[in-house]
Design a protein around this ligand. Structure first.
Ligand SMILES: Cc1cc2nc3c(=O)[nH]c(=O)nc-3n(C[C@H](O)[C@H](O)[C@H](O)COP(=O)(O)OP(=O)(O)OC[C@H]3O[C@@H](n4cnc5c(N)ncnc54)[C@H](O)[C@@H]3O)c2cc1C
Length: 306
C-alpha cells in the first residue's frame, strides 16, 4: 500500500495551498482530487476580490496558476474519489480511494461544499435538461431564452447578473420579501433591466416532458400560482459540506461542516480541515488559501512530533 507523510483530500484553493506548504516543508504528499484541480473556482467567471488582481482574474486562470505552482515540487496527484477514511491512532490513517487505499501519517481535509437541491419532484431528472447549479457552465445553452434563478444570497444575485448578460430574461425567485445579499449586488440587480424579481415566492413544480419548459411558482402570502415559461432553472439555495467519507469519530457540526481550532486541527490528532468544508463564516478563495497554509503548518509540526 502506498504511504505518505500527508494526504490532502480535495484539490481546490485550500488543498493546493496545503500541498504547497507541506511539500516545501519536505513532507511526502499525495493530493487526491476526483475532478480537475481548482474546485469551485473552475465554475467562477471572475474573481474580483482575490488580493493582487485589482482588475479581477478568471476562475480557471487562477486555478491554473495554483496548479502550475505545484509543478515545481514532487507532488503525487491521485485523480480519484475518497470514499472512506479510517483513523487508527496518531499518525496512522487509511484513506480509501475508489480503486485502492493509501496510508497517511497526517490528513488535511479540503473537500469543500456541494450546492443544495430544491428537493422538487423530477429535479434530478431535469439536471442537464434545463436545471443547473452553475451559471458559468450552462448559461450559454440558454442564449436568447428566458431562465429563472432561485435564491437570495450573494451567489444567487451575482449569478443572475451574469446570466442576464447572456439570456433574454432572468426571473429571480426568492422566498422572502428582501434579499440577504450584499447591497452592491442588490443595486446591480435593480439596475439590470432584464432581471425580474419574483419575491415571496417559491418554485413548486418543474414543467416539461423531456426538457424543462417552465416552472410553477407559488406566492407564499396568498398561495396564488404563476407559471413562468423558461428553458433553464438555476438553483442557488446554499451549499452542504462534502464530509460523507470522514471517520465516524471525527466531530461534525449539525450541518456536517468540520469544526477546528485556530490551527485547523480537528478533534482527531493529525487530521486537519481547511477551506469551505470547515465550520466558519467566510467561505472565499482568500480564506481557503489561508486555512490551507495554516493546516499545512500544523500538520508539519505534527509530523515532526512523531
Ligand atoms: C459561483 C461561485 C462564485 C464564487 N465567487 C467567488 C469570488 O468571487 N471570490 C471568492 O473569494 N470566492 C468565490 N467563491 C467561493 C470560492 O470558490 C470557494 O470559497 C473556494 O473555492 C473554496 O475552496 P476549497 O478548496 O475550500 O473548496 P472547493 O473549491 O470546493 O474544492 C474542493 C475540492 O475537493 C474535491 N472533493 C470533494 N470531495 C472529494 C472526495 N471525496 N474525493 C476527492 N476529491 C473531493 C472537489 O472536487 C473540489 O475540487 C465562489 C464560488 C462559486 C461556486
Amino acid at each position: 500500500m502506498q504511504s505518505f507523510d500527508a494526504v490532502i483530500i480535495g484539490g481546490g484553493p485550500a488543498g493546493m495551498t496545503a500541498a504547497l506548504y507541506l511539500l516545501r516543508s519536505g513532507a511526502s504528499v499525495a493530493l487526491v482530487e476526483r475532478l480537475a484541480p481548482g474546485g469551485q473556482i473552475l465554475t467562477t467567471e471572475w474573481i474580483e476580490n482575490y488580493p493582487g488582481y485589482p482588475k479581477g482574474i478568471k476562475g480557471y486562470e487562477l486555478a491554473d496558476l495554483m496548479a502550475d505552482h505545484l509543478k515545481e515540487y514532487p507532488l503525487v496527484t491521485l485523480r480519484n474519489e475518497v470514499r472512506a477514511m479510517e483513523h487508527h491512532g496518531p499518525g496512522r490513517n487509511t484513506v480509501h480511494l475508489d480503486e485502492y487505499p493509501v496510508q497517511a501519517k497526517a490528513v488535511v481535509i479540503c473537500s469543500g461544499v456541494a450546492w443544495k437541491r430544491l428537493g422538487l419532484e423530477r429535479e434530478e431528472y431535469f439536471v442537464g435538461r434545463g436545471v443547473s447549479y452553475c451559471a458559468l457552465c450552462d448559461a450559454n445553452f440558454f442564449k436568447g431564452q428566458a431562465v429563472a434563478a432561485v435564491g437570495g444570497g450573494n451567489t444567487a444575485l451575482e449569478e443572475s447578473i451574469y446570466l442576464a448578460k447572456i439570456v433574454k430574461k432572468v426571473y429571480l425567485i426568492h422566498r422572502r420579501d428582501a434579499f440577504r445579499a450584499d447591497k452592491i449586488f442588490q443595486k446591480r440587480v435593480q439596475d439590470t433591466p432584464n432581471i425580474e424579481c419574483v419575491m415571496h415566492s417559491v418554485p413548486t413544480e418543474l414543467l416539461g416532458e423531456t426538457e424543462l419548459q417552465g416552472v410553477r411558482v407559488t406566492h407564499l402570502p396568498d398561495g396564488s400560482q404563476r407559471i413562468l415559461d423558461i428553458a433553464g432553472l438555476f438553483v442557488f439555495v446554499g451549499s452542504e459540506a462534502l464530509t460523507n467519507f470522514v471517520p465516524p469519530a471525527l466531530s461534525l457540526s449539525p450541518s456536517r461542516f468540520i469544526p477546528t481550532d485556530q490551527s485547523m486541527a480537528t478533534n482527531l490528532p493529525g487530521i486537519y480541515a481547511a477551506g469551505d468544508v470547515r465550520d466558519k463564516h467566510c467561505r472565499q478563495v482568500a480564506t481557503a488559501v489561508g486555512d490551507g497554509a495554516n493546516a499545512a503548518q500544523s500538520a508539519s509540526l505534527f509530523l515532526d512530533s512523531l
